[in-house]
Write a protein that binds this ligand. Structure first.
Ligand code: TPP
Ligand code: SF4
Ligand code: MG
Length: 339
């Protein structure tokens, strides 16, 4: 049976458990886009394995593809896990969901090495510039001089995960915004069919830090008026932020805390097969403080880890003992080298 035989699955078969994230979190919007992309692409959900680390983002595989396999690992360890899973069973369709903390801070080494190895997988980073789960400290993708709600300013320069992916030799590099379904769903569709690592860095606002002055349900108000029974917090429900803009257009997206994201969509005639151009446009957008979105780089010639290791078409975990045992001639050849 092909991994893309639909077998009449319905959209409901691609849905997972109920989200426990804050209402309006960009990660939930990405979850919806993942559900739609996998449903539209007709991937057999039983052929999919969902991998993640630790973080609000890493919780999200629980909210989509409820029929699929899943492994929620350790903080920053999704990428190395993917190498093992992919080699043990190459017939699985892998999707990894990670956070900017998970991939750009603690998991940076694993991220780069899985890209070097070109593990066939969809690698989504839900990038909010903070460690959401541990209450909003800056991550390594936070822009220099960005401030926290507390007013604290980030003195360090940001890691651009797309630029880093290009540097590590990744053959599919894209960036998007959680609320841009029109762009993100086709990017995920293409990533599913890519035969190596497909990185999609998705800017995904964390709404928990939107609790403005004057609200009677903000953290500050609650803190000043609370009687402590146990540690509780209230997170103001927020509307999802979605966008609809054309190729080549630059738009400003106002977030819940009134900060502005500047998005620029790549032109339709942009040549995503040119690695030098990819570096140039990333660098230029960085210097203009714009977030460049679209398919930044694509290289279909790149060999995956399976080719480099010359793995059998049959998944390693399905090989019998007899198939795994080297034949007598191979053993004799090795022994001859020592005689
Ligand atoms: C080894 C280890 N160090 C630290 C932590 C604490 N921790 C849990 S999640 C997290 C950061 C998550 O940030 P990110 O990956 O950006 O995900 P988000 O919650 O923002 O989606 C940290 C530091 C941990 N679980 N394990
Ligand atoms: S803390 Fe931030 S990242 Fe985590 S669920 Fe809430 S809004 Fe999303
Ligand atoms: Mg984060």
């Amino acid at each position: 049976m092909s991994q893309f035989d639909t077998l009449n699955f319905t959209r409901q078969d691609y849905v997972g458990g109920k989200s426990t994230l804050c209402t309006g979190c960009g990660h939930d919007t990405i979850t919806n886009n993942i559900i739609n992309a996998y449903f539209q692409s007709g991937v057999n959900p039983y052929s999919v394995a969902k991998l993640s680390g630790i973080g609000c983002s890493s919780k999200t595989p629980n909210y989509f593809l409820g029929l699929s396999h899943g492994f929620n690992s350790l903080h920053g360890r999704m990428a190395p896990l993917s190498v093992g899973v992919s080699c043990a069973n190459r017939s699985l369709n892998l999707i990894g969901v990670s956070g900017d903390g998970d991939s750009a801070s603690i998991g940076l080494g694993g991220f780069v090495h899985s890209l070097r190895r070109n593990v066939p997988m969809v690698y989504i980073i839900e990038n909010n510039g903070v460690y959401g789960l541990t209450k909003g400290q800056f991550s390594a993708t936070a822009d220099e001089d960005a401030t926290l709600k507390t007013g604290e300013s980030n003195p360090f320069s940001a890691i651009d995960l797309c630029a880093l992916a290009l540097e590590a030799g990744c053959g599919f590099v894209a960036r998007s915004f959680s609320g841009d379904a029109k762009q993100l769903v086709p990017l995920i569709d293409a990533a599913i069919r890519h035969k190596g690592t497909a990185v999609i860095d998705v800017i995904s606002p964390c709404v928990t830090f939107n609790n403005h002055e004057g609200s009677t349900k903000s953290y500050n108000y609650v803190k000043d008026h609370k009687l402590v029974l146990q540690e509780l917090g209230f997170i103001q429900p927020q509307q999802e932020i979605t966008v609809d803009y054309e190729a080549g257009e630059v738009i400003e997206v106002k977030l819940h805390d009134d900060s502005i994201l500047t998005l620029k969509k790549l032109e339709n005639d942009y040549d995503f097969k040119d690695p030098l151009k990819a570096r140039q446009v990333l660098f230029e957008s960085q210097s203009r403080r714009e977030i460049l979105t679209g398919l930044i780089y694509f290289n279909e010639q790149k060999q995956s880890i399976h080719n480099h290791l010359n793995l059998s078409d049959k998944p390693l975990r399905d090989l019998s003992e007899a198939e795994l045992r080297p034949p007598q001639e191979a053993l004799s050849e090795i022994l001859d080298q020592f005689s």
